[in-house]
Write a protein that binds this ligand. Structure first.
Ligand code: GLU
Length: 515
């Protein structure tokens, strides 16, 4: 596939605010940035936007880095791995914003405003009582306390008194701002609906809008790929680039991830209600101690989680559904990202895990599976664990599902009563006893010779497969379904197989007399 040429090196960034755990929508934004960088030989950057100290949450930044690492999309430049464009934490970039704010004040693109929060609230209240919501904008700024409305003397006095002020952007009164969004094509917004956003707060710190644009410029960001919720801010950002006389990056606003029912944005509450995670990793809220489940802790493979996110807003234009990260990075481009919301389907998420589990080399799964059995008190070595995985991988969606199959390591004590009632006939015990004799002669006790002996036995006795195999399975596992019984018997070994068969038959006999 040919790669479109860009007029500057591709540098993209994921710019979360550390206000809590990363929602899966945030992971998808990071992922699409990562994919775009990989596809175009670019650089993927993590910038932490932490200028709003009131919303700062302890541990959130570390969580974000851990999550990206687990997902396999670590940035090339980040707070913990700085490149040439640092610092990568906005709060540490402090001294670059003030001169730029001064520049905007001098060029007339911004102005100082001394209105107190109480004064603004009073205006809001009185506007509301007359039925027209208040907005600090071209229409109202003349009647507020700012460097455009006050006399030169008043302004000089306020400056001399060092009265606290904010700096606001002077939004043009009536202008159609148009820009090309890589996903949505031409976007036009009339500035008449936009307000004079605060660029610098009274504490001297920049707001999101200013810091975001300035940082993107100095970090030489070529493409801003972010969530749809930032689309309303994009015209202001365009105007800021114009005011600074900088070339804006290309913008691309990704669609929302919707609830499974399709009605609105997917939230943490939907996850709690539907019993599925919305965060990549487990998160414990430091303020409340409340715990939220993660995909990792729910047993998802990172590649399955990422495959699911890949198709939640993008499609390859073919029938292909299964992608590794590398395959995704070759296929991905912004022109196949959808504009409308992408509906999340928790069942499909499980399906992706099932598929990726099956295509993972067994040897990669052995350590985790072994650890899992150890928690069940089963002490399987690597070869045994690998044999179990070979038998079971087609039958599970999560490694954790192995826990349900306790018969893998322990003789069953319960036997499926419904099946026994239907399928255990009066001659079944006799047949199984004969089968036991047959099995005793099999050497080596491996799947193929066991199967051959089993088949020869059926033929000799003129019996059907189901007549013998199902009772054999119930006696050994207690259940009606599972892996190949020849492989499982081989795994147990001759003695344990025959022992389980005898004990199983005895218990089933008891069970049948009782019912
Ligand atoms: N800090 C913003 C956020 O939390 C970044 C938005 C952007 O990517 O421009 O999502």
């Amino acid at each position: 596939m040919s790669t479109p040429a860009f007029d500057r090196p591709v540098r993209v960034r994921f710019a979360p605010s550390p206000t809590g755990p990363l929602h899966m929508g945030g992971v998808r934004t990071a992922f699409y940035n990562w994919l775009f960088a990989k596809r175009h030989g670019g650089t993927f950057i993590l910038r932490i936007e932490d200028t709003d100290r009131t919303r700062f949450v302890d541990g959130a930044e570390a969580y974000i880095e851990d999550a990206l690492t687990w997902c396999g999309i670590s940035p090339e430049e980040s707070p913990t791995q700085p490149g040439q464009h640092g610092p990568y934490r906005q709060s540490e970039r402090g001294n670059i914003y003030a001169p730029l704010v001064q520049q905007l004040l001098e060029s007339g693109h911004a102005y100082k405003a001394w209105d107190t929060p109480e004064e603004i609230q009073a205006r809001r209240d009185s506007a509301e009582s007359s039925g027209t919501p208040f907005q600090y904008d071209a229409a109202s700024r003349g009647s507020m306390r700012n460097s455009l409305s006050l006399s030169k003397d008043d302004v000089a006095q306020l400056n001399a008194a060092e009265a606290p002020f904010v700096v606001r952007f002077k939004m043009p009164a009536n202008e159609a701002v148009t820009f090309t969004d890589a996903i949505r094509d031409a976007v036009t917004i009339d500035t008449a609906v936009l307000d004079d956003k605060v660029l610098m707060k009274a504490d001297g710190l920049p707001t999101y809008h200013l810091a975001n644009v300035v940082d993107d410029h100095f970090m030489e960001i070529s493409h801003v790929i972010r969530g749809e919720e930032w689309l309303p801010s994009a015209p202001l950002h365009q105007l800021l680039y114009r005011a600074f006389d900088w070339t804006p990056p290309t913008f691309a606003h990704l669609p929302l991830i919707l609830k499974p029912a399709g009605n609105g944005k997917l939230s943490k509450r939907d996850g709690d209600k539907g019993g599925f995670p919305v965060f990549p990793l487990r998160w414990v809220d430091p303020a409340t101690g409340n715990e939220s489940n993660g995909y990792r802790e729910s047993g998802y493979l990172p590649e399955a989680f990422m495959n699911m996110l890949l198709l939640l807003g993008w499609n390859p234009g073919t029938e292909q559904e299964l992608f590794s990260l590398e395959e995704a990075a070759t296929a991905f481009d912004l022109n196949r990202v959808i504009k409308s919301g992408a509906r999340f389907n928790p069942d499909k998420a499980k399906w992706f895990n099932e598929q990726h589990l099956r295509s993972t080399p067994v040897s990669d799964l052995v350590p985790n599976a072994q650890a899992l059995f150890a928690t069940e008190g089963a002490d399987f070595n690597a070869d045994q664990t690998s044999a179990i995985l070979e038998m079971m991988l087609e039958r599970i969606a999560f490694l954790e599902d192995l826990k349900d199959a306790t018969w893998l390591h322990t003789s069953p004590t319960e036997f499926n009563a419904k099946l026994i009632k239907k399928r255990w006939k009066d001659d079944t015990d006799g047949i199984l006893s004969e089968l036991a004799k047959e099995l005793r002669t099999v050497t080596p006790f491996e799947a193929d010779p066991i199967e051959a002996a089993f088949k020869a036995f059926l033929e000799r006795k003129e019996l059907g497969f189901g007549q013998v195999l199902l009772p054999f399975r119930i006696a050994l596992t207690g259940e009606g379904g599972g892996p190949s019984m020849f492989a499982f018997a081989a795994f147990l070994g001759k003695e344990i197989t025959l022992d389980r068969l005898n004990k199983g038959m005895a218990r089933i006999a008891q069970q049948r007399t009782k019912s």
